[in-house]
Design a binder for this molecule. Sequence first.
Ligand SMILES: *Cc1c(COP(=O)(O)O)cnc(C)c1O
Length: 381
Amino acid sequence: MEQVGRQSAQTDSLLAVADELTRLTYFRGRVALAAILRALGIRAGDEVLLQAFTCVAVPEAIMSVGARPTYVDVEERGVNMDPADLEGKIGSATKAIIIQHSFGLPADVIRLREIARSKSIPLIEDCAHAIASRVDGQLVGTFGNAAFYSYEAAKPVFAGIGGSAIANDDVLRQRIASDYELLEEPPTLTQLETAAMVLAHRIAYQPATYWTLRSMFRAISATGLIPGNYNKIATSQGPAVDFRRTMGRIQVGALRRELKNIDKQTSQRRTVGAQYRSLITSARASHMAIPANVDPVFGRYPLFVEDRSELIERARAAKVEVAVFYDTPVHPLKGQKLRTVGYEPGSCPNAEWASDRIISLPTGMTVGSSQIQRAVNLLNG
Ligand SMILES: *Cc1c(COP(=O)(O)O)cnc(C)c1O
């Protein structure tokens, strides 16, 4: 594997990282990850470690370069990779490790990076839920060799669909940049459709309209008129065309506008997260443990609840936004389908425990004090 180059100087400036995010932009987050894997030279026969309790986008990117996804469990009563399980799963074919900062709560990057370094295996950070979170004052995304981001509706920055890659290593950055030259922009029509979807979302979405919009989106997706959230997993015929695409320039424009507000967004998410944390006191809902050196900015606020299906019914009736992801170890795959992305049911018990109990609450700009109060009442009541 390549030697680790010079680290970026600005690992604590949110504006510097935000600026980086507009340079290497891809059709989706998973496409950015695939580009990082290509630049690392990952190929058929290689193994890439990732956590269970993730989204199918991640193994899909690994499989798009012909490599094999292998799952590491999350910490007990947690949502991020367990360093002890990681150590046991590294083998001779392991060529990269992807860690995930679920919901904006940073993974134990210090220990995870130590393990990766001790075996000279590159570390990639999945920042799909986390842009402004910090560990020891340093921003997530700047600890590993590279990181990727996603801009779908449920992510901290919404620009339609899209993703970015950043590299913290000069050699790797060069390779990602050369690979980037080979990609193509999506057709203008695709970009316009996505822009229309963003506009409709901005007009219609409020936490109180969540359940109505969700049913509408599912109904329209089923007709095939708009793209659903998940494409087909790449097969032996090679990666789908999406894996050769950059982010549309219309979407990059939206991304730039959103990133201009990143400071304001971040302080809103901090305030809302802190309110959920202090006001939700029910014994039936448990908050995530937050280590002292960690400063999380929650893209969504996660909780573990018992009796989840009953809670969801009450949330729907009360028009309170409560999302359930990931409700399987590799969302949205269930049962035997998990094997298609290399997950053996039962193999990561903590991830399965978490996927049976997780819920999350919104923290974005549209969340006002009355929605917070309603969510708190729902959970405490
Ligand atoms: C959303 C998401 C991604 C990437 O999603 P894309 O749809 O490819 O942009 C990757 N990892 C996690 C954990 C995600 O939630």
